[in-house]
Design a protein. Structure first.
Ligand code: GDP
Length: 299
């Protein structure tokens, strides 16, 4: 129910319009496919992914001899679920303990908020959680993380503004080992303007993690803002080049009618979406389950 509410805008933007068109057309014909194509493109599904979806839909309708427009909805749901599923796991790799999660993404996308929400999620499962303030570029980022740490009730390892991110994460790992922490969640600086810098910085962090925490379960989560649409795709392409992203956290889905971007991420980038943000509160983070997502979208 919460997922459905969080997707209200996207439901109106995609499912609402699809329903309208299917009702208006009654029978399946080429013009109908063009209308559906238009809806997907304007919902930030992306041109390439939209073409793929419509081609598959056209073929499937032909194969199954579907002639009633209303019956296309079921086929569309099937195709969307398959694209989102990617035959990849959407679970966070945090078992066995200890686990380390590196959070990457540009400023403003909701990285700090997502760290807080993830920390809360694990803490309420009874896990011991520690945060590392690795975004040392901005003092505000460190402060914000501490606010979330207090709110959730978990400690934050921090250095001063301008300190070396890798050094903060090194300290956090030592602390996590000493305190027998289950999940260490690390913030990192999100400056995209210099790709080489970003690569060096994240490379250095990865090396520290591999050396100091070799047996930890690992995740590198890229945080993307759903309201930025195709911009999010561009960011993802750059981050994918510089580091081994294992999953996406897609934030602010509640704030956009263009949640179709989740399809573009899955299909164009081949990175599984693992979590979605549907609000500003501590509880407003959901595990991404393709079937549930599609059902909530069209339900
Ligand atoms: P950061 O700069 O990437 O660390 O971004 P923040 O975590 O500070 O978030 C930026 C703004 O986005 C804040 O006002 C958050 O409350 C808001 N935000 C983050 N995630 C979500 C979400 O899922 N939904 C909504 N509506 N707002 C969000």
């Amino acid at each position: 129910a919460k997922l459905k509410k969080g997707l209200t805008k996207t439901r109106q933007g995609i499912a609402g319009k699809v329903d309208q068109v299917l009702r208006a057309y009654k029978k399946v014909d080429e013009e109908l496919f063009e209308e559906l194509e238009e809806i997907l493109i304007t919902s930030d599904v992306g041109v390439q992914t939209t073409m793929e979806i419509i081609d598959r839909l056209r073929n499937m309708a032909k194969e199954r001899k579907v002639t009633e427009a209303e019956d296309l909805k079921g086929l569309l749901k099937e195709i969307l679920t398959e694209i989102l599923d990617m035959e990849k796991s959407h679970d966070l790799n945090v078992e066995p303990s200890p686990a380390i999660i590196l959070m990457v993404g540009v400023n403003g996308v909701g990285k700090t908020t997502s760290i807080g929400k993830i920390a809360h999620k694990f803490k309420s499962q009874g896990k011991k959680v520690l945060l590392a303030a690795g975004d040392t570029f901005r003092a505000a980022a460190i402060d914000q993380l501490e606010i979330w740490g207090n709110r959730v009730g978990v400690d934050v390892i921090k250095h001063q503004e301008g300190a070396d991110t890798a050094a903060v994460i090194y300290d956090a790992i030592q602390s996590a080992k000493a305190r027998k922490i289950d999940v260490l969640i690390c913030d990192t600086a999100g400056r995209l303007h210099n790709k080489k810098n970003l690569m060096n910085e994240l490379g250095k962090v990865s090396k520290i993690v591999d050396r100091e925490f070799p047996n930890a379960s690992k995740e590198i989560l890229l945080v993307l803002d759903a309201t930025t649409g195709q911009n999010a795709i561009q960011q993802a392409k750059i981050f994918k080049e510089v580091t081994d992203i294992t999953g996406v956290v897609l934030t602010k889905l509640d704030g956009t009618a263009k949640g179709g971007v989740v399809l573009a991420i899955s299909s164009e980038l081949e990175i599984p979406v693992k979590l979605i943000g549907v609000g500003e509160g501590m509880e407003d983070l959901q595990k991404f389950v393709p079937q549930d997502f599609v059902n909530a979208l069209f339900g």
